[in-house]
Ligand binder design. Structure first.
Ligand code: IPM
Ligand code: MG
Length: 358
């Protein structure tokens, strides 16, 4: 029986980059990969068509699918609508409804791109970090939340940072399991010197760590982690952290690799069903111009093959195809450096698909 992939292009550059990921998937289908692609709307595109960023039909298809491939959501067009109906709610709703609590965000430097980083090549050479971000809890989802009027008439905004022990231990376990297959080092990032909630985080991660004596566990405050990431990023192997700290640190780590346009992500549930998406956003400033980098989305396809479909062989083929194209000097604008060949979104996608077939 063929397995289903729900394709959600979303907004901004989403449709352009997704077209290239689909091109790569189709080329794998021709090569014998038995999957069926189903398409639906999410984010601003869904709001425009159906008045909600996460239509019931999209959620139904997402539940039915084995994996979801998402482009990006959001844009200035929807910034003035009620926060409950914003495109981002489509993404957050999918994460929470599907129970995708483990967000894996690798920050890997392709050797061909060492000079595209704003950091010196010797600082980032060989960089290979896996950020494990908790994705369905913390301040993103904590109650109470909102803006209310106080008794004295002044308004106040509230969000709540809350983690249950079980939420912390399950994400810690994911991080330790991943570390066992890599460099066997986990750095847990918190703000335990100020926030009680992350004091508990530190305690629970330490307890889970006792089940993994081969893994060296360290703890770091988030402000220091932000600094260490740009000072000496290669000290990190696996970083495990809360939803919001992970959001921030993963953007920072992405920049070390030269471009946020390169990086994929996987959001997994307990049974390894997953949603896969590039970590960059919808980039409305360049949407529709055919210049966006599709490699983050194509590498998200590779993660999908590896984690949900357990086809590490095909994942590697996709990753090698991307490397081959970079080695030939093809670059989208975001990763362009002197002497390379500047290409658009479709040309880049076609080059990867061709490298796959060869
Ligand atoms: C991300 C994004 C999202 C987040 C937004 C679009 C809701 O920044 O996936 O990192 O904050 O999680
Ligand atoms: Mg983010």
């Amino acid at each position: 029986m063929s397995r289903k992939v729900l394709v959600l292009p979303g907004d901004g550059i989403g449709p352009e980059i997704m077209a290239e990921a689909v091109r790569v998937l189709e080329s794998l289908q021709h090569g014998g990969l038995d999957i069926e692609l189903v398409h639906a709307l999410v984010g601003g595109a869904a709001y425009d068509a159906a008045g909600t960023p996460l239509p019931a039909e999209t959620l139904r298809l997402a539940r039915e699918a084995d994996a979801v491939l998402l482009g990006a959501v959001g844009g200035p067009k929807w910034e003035s609508i009620d926060i409950a109906l914003r495109p981002e709610k489509g993404l957050l709703g999918l994460r929470s409804e599907l129970g995708l609590f483990a967000n894996l965000r690798p920050a890997v430097l392709f050797p061909q791109l060492a000079s595209a980083s704003t950091l010196r090549a010797e600082v980032v050479a060989g960089l290979d970090i896996m950020i494990v971000r908790e994705l369905t809890g913390g301040i993103y989802f904590g109650q109470p939340r909102g803006v209310r009027v106080r008794a004295d008439g002044e308004r106040e905004g509230i969000n709540t940072l809350v983690y249950r022990e079980s939420e912390i231990s399950r994400i810690a376990r994911v991080a330790f399991e991943i570390a066992m297959k890599r460099g066997r080092r986990v750095c847990s990032v918190d703000k335990a010197n100020v926030l009680e909630c992350t004091g508990l985080w530190r305690e629970v991660v330490t307890t889970v760590g006792r089940d993994y004596p081969e893994v060296a566990l360290t703890h770091m405050y988030v402000d220091n982690a932000a600094m260490q990431l740009v000072r000496a990023p290669r000290q990190f192997d696996v970083i495990v952290t809360t939803n919001m700290f992970g959001d921030i640190l993963s953007d920072e780590a992405a920049m070390l690799t030269g471009s946020i346009g390169m990086l994929p992500s996987a959001s997994l549930d307990a049974a390894r069903k997953g949603m896969y998406e590039p970590i960059h956003g919808s980039a409305p400033d360049i949407a529709g111009r055919g210049v966006a980098n599709p490699l983050g989305t194509i590498l998200s396809v590779a993660m999908m093959l590896r984690y949900t479909f357990e086809r590490a062989d095909l994942a590697l083929r996709v990753e090698r195809a991307v490397e081959a194209v970079l080695a030939r000097g093809l670059r989208t604008a975001d990763i362009y450096t002197d002497g390379c060949t500047r290409v658009g979104t479709a040309e880049m996608g076609a080059a990867v698909a061709a490298a796959l077939d060869s």
